[in-house]
Unconditional design. Structure first.
Length: 145
């Protein structure tokens, strides 16, 4: 009986870790065009940043469909309060770094929290497409801000 309990605990841990790393599906998106990736998952939060550069252009439709197929929900910027989401984005990329770029905001099943300011959001996933549409950066920040 103890043996089965240990196996069950092991399986729960494996499944839980997979759920936390819910953005690893991006490593399979046009994987041969990835020029850099940084995935840092910890017990109190994590970030994923993947950068692609291609000759063939990225379309917002392709990116949003791929994200949707893997559980991210595209957020309409006009209907959402994005103040905290923009803080998350601007903490990593200064305003000039995202200027003149198309930014898609996504909602994930993970939460980003700033306890000091009493803020939280699930709109913590971003697709940043440059003005020529040949570079894409996926940035996801969850957990303790």
């Amino acid at each position: 009986m103890k043996k089965y309990f240990v196996i069950l605990v092991f399986l729960v841990v494996i499944i839980s870790c997979e759920e936390i790393s819910s953005d690893s599906f991006w490593t399979k998106f046009r994987y041969s065009d990835i020029i850099s990736k940084k995935i840092d998952q910890g017990p109190y939060g994590g970030t994923t940043e993947i950068h692609w550069k291609v000759a063939k252009k990225f379309s917002t439709k392709d990116v949003s469909q791929y994200a949707k197929a893997h559980g991210w929900k595209l957020v309409n910027k006009t209907n959402a309060d994005l103040n905290f989401s923009n803080q998350i984005l601007e903490r990593r990329f200064d305003k000039t770094g995202i200027e003149n770029k198309t930014i898609l905001y996504f909602k994930s099943n993970l939460l980003t929290v700033d306890e000091d300011e009493n803020l939280e959001t699930q709109i913590n996933c971003f697709a940043i497409i440059d003005s020529l549409s040949n570079e894409l950066i996926i940035y996801h920040c969850w957990g303790d801000f």
